[in-house]
Design a protein around this ligand. Sequence first.
Ligand SMILES: Cc1cc2nc3c(=O)[nH]c(=O)nc-3n(C[C@H](O)[C@H](O)[C@H](O)COP(=O)(O)OP(=O)(O)OC[C@H]3O[C@@H](n4cnc5c(N)ncnc54)[C@H](O)[C@@H]3O)c2cc1C
Length: 422
Amino acid sequence: MSRAILWFRNDLRLADNMALTAAMAEHDEVLPVLVIDPVQHGPSLFGSDRSGSFRRRFLHQGVLALAAALRSKGSALSVRIGDPASVLLQVSRIWKADVVHAQRLYAWEEQEQASAVATELDLRLHAPNTLLLPGDLPFNVEQLPHVFTAFRTKVEQSSPVREVLPEPERIPSPPYWGERLLGQDELPYVPYPDEPRSVITFHGGRAAGLARLRHYLWDSHAISTYKETRNGMLGADYSTKFSPWLASGALSAREVHQEVKRYEVVNGANESTYWIIFELLWRDFFQFTAAKHGRDLFLRSGIANKPWQGGQDQDRFKQWCEGRTGQPFIDANMHELAATGWMSNRGRQNVASFFVHQLGLDWRMGASWFERMLIDYDPCSNWGNWQYVAGVGNDPREGRRFDPVRQAGMYDPDGAYVRQWS
Ligand SMILES: Cc1cc2nc3c(=O)[nH]c(=O)nc-3n(C[C@H](O)[C@H](O)[C@H](O)COP(=O)(O)OP(=O)(O)OC[C@H]3O[C@@H](n4cnc5c(N)ncnc54)[C@H](O)[C@@H]3O)c2cc1C
């Protein structure tokens, strides 16, 4: 009889879960454990907690949904709070399981977590939630091109997207392996009413992610005009809004790809349907950038290792966080973020550029604020995009900055967005 721990990380799903598939293939019984490391939710370098109520509520909902899914397969989820290495070692000793299967995560802290687990236990890491598997890239991750276009051109010519793995019928676990869920006071959040102006209501968990996927493709056909609308800022369907479910792993990038391909077969492919895959490649690019550069993704001098002079003036920082900079387009976006945990890609680029280039602040403070506030926070996408805007990352056109007045003229010409969020 062999037993393995299935360590859930940012992969809150049973379908297309390579760690689960491998654990089931190699062992008789599986012990599903999700570890919440308080360090990743506690104070950041700049003071405030690293996760706020939007992401915490979304995570609570996602965990409940995963627990229900495991229950329906005859298994049970055990949620533990603590340092992953200590928690998993304890579980392995009690339950006599010294093999751990888990998803590989590329951000520095997550790599460190895995290394600590691997010193104690036989840790088997499986592919991350990327569109392309690292082993299918035409280069080693260390040779990842510095610029997105070079990466995309190479992978589009040669890297296949793997088929989605099915959900298992049943997941065998030991008879006394009981469910343990998050208590109210564990990772607490301030309950908040749904904001009527929010682009959509974000609910954590797979069912809501699948519903959003269905809506964007099959119900609204918004996918077929994505390329024209994706720079929008108002309303539910200017962009997919898949990111929170991708970040928590309730959806896999390969599942989104498969569904887009199915849509193209039925309704025809166009530039818009392709552009969603193009954006998922941007996501992959930042994941692999994190793998290549490790801790540099979080350092002030960035992956480009350039001196960065931004200051840490607390008053200016607070004005930006609270949407009191006096620049209406910037302030409206910051109000939306504060009220909903969401901001469009156009908004994110503008407020980040303003933070760095107009306010002259240390870009890591802005990235930390996003980490706390964004419902779709993902370390690789967030810190990678911030570095890009700050000019210490992968942007080939250095020093690019957005003029918020011009941007407002282009993307909010009648001022409807600023009126909604002022
Ligand atoms: C300063 C800054 C910080 C960001 N922080 C995050 C973050 O923490 N988490 C996050 O998921 N995205 C982040 N992004 C990227 C992007 O803004 C969001 O992925 C996108 O707005 C999410 O909305 P959507 O799902 O409707 O995207 P869509 O436009 O519908 O795109 C489809 C998917 O492609 C991926 N994608 C699109 N654009 C990007 C991009 N620039 N970088 C990486 N992936 C992308 C996302 O997974 C997205 O769900 C950040 C961008 C900037 C400029």
